[in-house]
Every structure is written in C-alpha cells, then in structure tokens.
Write a protein that binds this ligand. Sequence first.
Ligand code: G
Ligand code: G
Ligand code: MN
Ligand code: NA
Length: 254
Amino acid sequence: LALESELRRAVERGELELHYQPKVSFPHHEVVGSEALLRWRRAGVGLVPPNDFIPVAEETGLIVDMGNWVLREACRAAAEWNAGGEALHKVSVNLSARQFESHDLVSVVGAILDETGCRPEWLELEITESLLLEEDGAILTTLSAFRAMGLSIAIDDFGTGYSSLSYLARFPIDTLKIDKSFVQKAATDRRHAELVKAILSIARCLGQEVVAEGVETAEQAVFLRQNGCQVAQGFLFSRPLPKPDMASLPRRFA
Ligand code: G
Ligand code: G
Ligand code: MN
Ligand code: NA
C-alpha cells in the first residue's frame, strides 16, 4: 500500500520518464525506430526499473493512468522525430492487459494521436501472448480497431509465453518480437537456431516483420541477418536512452 500511494504521487509529481531503445534495420543498421521503456525517477532512490513497480501498478489499476501518460509522451516524441512527415522513426509502446479492460482504450488512443499530432503509422503497440489467449472477442475487436486506424501491433517476448499458432491466424499482428532468450542462444545452440529460423519463416509467410530483441554480439547480428531477420534491438547497438540523448543518435550504427 505504501508503494501504491508513492506511485500515485509519482505520476502526479512528474517522476516518470520514458527512455528509448533504438531499433535498427538489417543489413545497414539504420535506425528505424525505438521502444519506449518506462522508468521512475524516485526521490532519494534514483532510477527504478519497470519490473520493480509495474506489477504493483497493474494490481492496483494505476497502470491505466500510467499507460495513458506513456502513450501521450511517446506520441509527442514520435511527432517530433517524424516532423518532416515521412515515417522515419516508429515508436513502440508496451501495453498491459489491464489497459485492455478499460472499454475506452481505442478512443483514448485516438484522442492522444489527435492531441499530439502523431500519425498512426508512427506508433506501434506491443502486447504479450497471454492477452491473446482470452477467448472473448473483445481483444479481437480492439486490435482490429487499432489496425483499422493504421496502427501496428507487435507481439512482445514471442516464443516464451503460451505460444499458439492459432492466434497468429486470428489476430491482426504486424510484428513478432523474438524474445532475447532465443536470440542469445541461437548463435551457439543448434536447436535454438532452428527455432529462430522457423519463427522467421512463419513470419515471412504471414507477411509479418520480425524484430530480434536482446542482440548483444556481432555473431548474433550476423546470424539474424543471414536468416532474413529485418530489425534488431539490443545492447550491441544501444541501451535504452533518455530522450535528450536521442537527438545525437547516428542515423546508422557501425
Ligand atoms: O526497460 P526494461 O528492459 O527493464 O523493461 C522491463 C519490462 O518492463 C519489459 O517487459 C517491458 O515490456 C516492461 N515495460 C517497460 N515499459 C513499460 C510500459 O510503459 N508499460 C508496460 N506495461 N510495460 C513496460
Ligand atoms: O518489453 P520487453 O520485455 O521486451 O523489454 C525489453 C527489456 O530488455 C528491457 O528491460 C531492456 O532494458 C532489456 N534489453 C534490451 N536490450 C537488451 C540486451 O541486449 N540484453 C539484455 N540482457 N537485455 C536487454
Ligand atoms: Mn517490449
Ligand atoms: Na520483450
């Protein structure tokens, strides 16, 4: 309860910040976008990572207000980074299942796009596999509405949850983000390598983009590129950066 009231105050006092981890395209490592990652600059403590407070925010329902703040902030950044009008830099935002329980999620996102001048094609929403297991049609309706608005939808941590091929057929999914545990083992372990290749093959057949997460070594990047992966994200290229640091980002990484 103490953490809950502290978190509530954190939102009101503006102690939340978004950091952005660049995503690069193969083969030239050009920056094509970034993932927005939430941090809490807690007085007297320092920067608190999301795993330490998002579970509490989810249990208490605070994640809804927090998530709307994240969306607004990320859309403002996307509007700034694509000010020329071309979709040069797509920003990805993580959504919690709890946010889908509020029935106005679609209209809230629409209002935030209008308010910030962010075009739908500059924003991607990341969801987890577990959201797609719920059999009620509400999730499909919501995701279809997002698709109709022109937003893209990514499955985060793909392969680690209750992966089911049937949801790839049922839901409008634009992007698969391969979980870092697969990416990191694939360079040295044959079975993981074959699984990553199989995921790339499924995505290719379904017309989906694949983003490899947690790329830390040149060897991992070479493996991914050679097997047709389009986009990578990881410490090899950049850690998540505070927004001011994004201004000095190179257009491509070595
Ligand atoms: O930033 P870091 O790599 O520590 O992120 C850890 C976890 O926190 C990841 O699973 C990420 O998806 C989640 N996360 C980060 N930012 C947000 C956010 O704004 N909303 C939600 N729901 N989850 C987030
Ligand atoms: O939303 P998601 O669960 O994918 O969150 C991404 C998480 O992965 C964040 O906590 C981010 O800091 C972390 N991350 C990003 N790049 C790397 C990497 O190259 N290696 C490792 N170990 N973690 C990473
Ligand atoms: Mn994510
Ligand atoms: Na992930």
